[in-house]
Design a protein around this ligand. Structure first.
Ligand code: ATP
Length: 461
């Protein structure tokens, strides 16, 4: 059960493509940098992750409600949020090969602390002090251009008759939470919530990321799962600790191993933040941010109150106490979670006569729950019987029917997509109405009565 860490990433990327989890976008046109598509099994996996998040965040929480706000919003929102002026990464270019890099990432590689929130002057100063040590990751030359801040918001020409996105641009949202902040009052006035309460949302976000690398870890179009919790300023830090614990427990429940998770504390906070921690996961390339859990003070609602001219304060119904709600948030990417789940699940095992690759997804996340096979494809009685079982099970579970190739190959294929159970219809089935169930993890097979099949899966999936 070994994982060769150094080439694990390559193996995951290759399996993801070969087995229909993740494809490079526009591949037949040579791809499109830092954009990916989810294939038939990838979309099932991502949907299962989103369902799990939604259940934990909304269904099981009486104090959190859902929302689906639009990708396009009034451009003033991005001024209020600070994104137009300050949502930027420090960019430099190799003068030799013209590859572009984030300066904070280049500094990180030589173990010099810097971050994307530094001003242009601050980061250029540190960069120049270390310039002798920084080689271009693409061509190896040490010759970089002066750095500049590069805004990450993606512009569009929506509603703009000049066709020029630089004039009055409507942005594609850079994060989903702004749609939550600007709907705070709508939710408060239309459904029965009282502070403290949260609003949760899953949706696409877009960022003009400079460095296109690390597969689906950092993409220019991605999906976020965010929850913003509105509260009385006095309760902010107490609730923040509760949220941190809930989010840690969530990842254990999702099936990530605790030894692959750690907290990262932000030492340098933006001026309004009360506290900021990230949950990091041990990806094949090392620990990286999976989720941010932040205490944001009253910044978001104050800014939107100021820019919109609307009163976004809250009055306690019982005490009459009036305040601008503070916000604590949980924000995680779907793609990063998919990559963490793929990393955690990937196993190579020695078995009789060779080796197998098996994706040991938790059953609730597995894209296909049950595969149904007739032992032989050229025996119509077996095929018909297997099809009947498949038609019955598919009403309740995501199933797949496969009569292609020898049975060993079919098992290997299902192992690689992480299907927990395979049901095989053979000649004994016709005689005695039983079939074999093969368990993905133990590879054990047992015979079971057809009439007990559904109950077995209801109990075990
Ligand atoms: P990073 O420092 O890695 O660029 P960030 O701190 O800018 O990330 P946030 O703005 O806090 O990220 O976004 C919250 C979450 O959204 C991240 O924890 C991550 O899971 C996800 N996310 C952010 N940017 C991307 C991206 N370009 N591709 C995929 N997921 C992303």
């Amino acid at each position: 059960m070994k994982k060769e860490k150094n080439d694990l990433m390559e193996k995951i990327v290759s399996l993801a493509k070969r087995r229909g989890f993740v494809y490079l976008s526009s591949e037949i046109y040579g791809g499109f940098a830092s954009i990916y598509d989810y294939g038939p099994y990838g979309v099932e996996l991502a949907n299962n992750i989103k369902d799990f998040w939604w259940k934990e965040m909304v269904q099981l929480r009486e104090d959190i409600v859902g929302l689906d706000s639009a990708i396009f919003m009034n451009p003033r929102i991005w001024e209020a949020s600070g994104h137009v002026a300050g949502f930027s990464d420090p960019l430099t270019e190799c003068k030799n090969c013209h590859a572009r890099f984030r300066m904070d990432h280049l500094l990180e590689e030589i173990k010099v602390q810097a971050d994307e929130k530094m001003t242009e002057d601050e980061i250029n100063k540190i960069f120049k002090e270390n310039i002798e040590k920084i080689a271009c990751p693409s061509c190896g030359k040490k010759d970089f251009a002066e750095g500049r801040k590069f805004n990450l918001l993606v512009k569009s020409n929506l509603g703009n008759i000049t066709d020029n996105p630089s004039e009055n641009p409507a942005y594609l949202r850079g994060e989903t939470c702004q749609g939550i902040y600007v709907n705070f009052k709508n939710v408060l006035d239309s459904v029965r919530v009282k502070i403290p309460f949260g609003i949760a949302q899953i949706g696409k976000a877009f960022r003009n990321e400079i460095t296109a690398r690390q597969f689906i870890f950092r993409t220019r179009e991605f999906e976020q799962m965010e929850m913003q919790y509105f509260l009385d300023p006095e309760d902010e830090m107490k609730e923040y600790e509760k949220l941190k614990k809930a989010r840690w427990d969530y990842y254990l429940k999702l099936g990530l191993n605790e030894k692959n998770l750690k907290w990262h504390k932000h030492e340098k906070l933006v001026f309004y933040a009360k506290a900021a921690y990230d949950i990091e996961y041990r990806f094949p390339f090392g620990f990286g941010e999976l989720e941010g859990v932040h205490a944001r003070g009253d910044y978001d609602l104050s800014q939107h109150a100021k820019f919109s001219g609307k009163d976004l304060s809250y009055t306690e119904p019982k005490t009459g106490k009036k305040f601008i709600p503070h916000i604590i948030e949980s924000s995680v990417g779907v793609g990063r979670t998919v990559l963490a789940v793929l990393t955690e699940a990937y196993m190579e095992e020695k078995i009789d006569g060779g080796e197998r690759v098996v994706m040991k997804f938790p059953k609730n996340l597995a894209p296909i729950k049950i595969a149904v096979f007739p032992l032989l494809r050229n025996k119509p009685e077996l095929v018909k019987y297997a099809q009947e079982i498949f038609n019955d099970l598919k009403e309740d579970f995501m199933c797949e029917f496969d009569d292609n190739g020898n049975i060993g190959k079919r098992y290997r294929r299902q192992d690689e997509i992480g299907t927990p159970y395979c049901v095989t219809v053979d000649f004994d089935t016709l005689e005695e109405d039983t079939a074999t169930i093969r368990d993905r993890d133990t590879m054990e097979q047992k015979r079971i009565k057809i009439t007990d099949l559904k109950r077995f899966f209801v109990n075990n999936l």
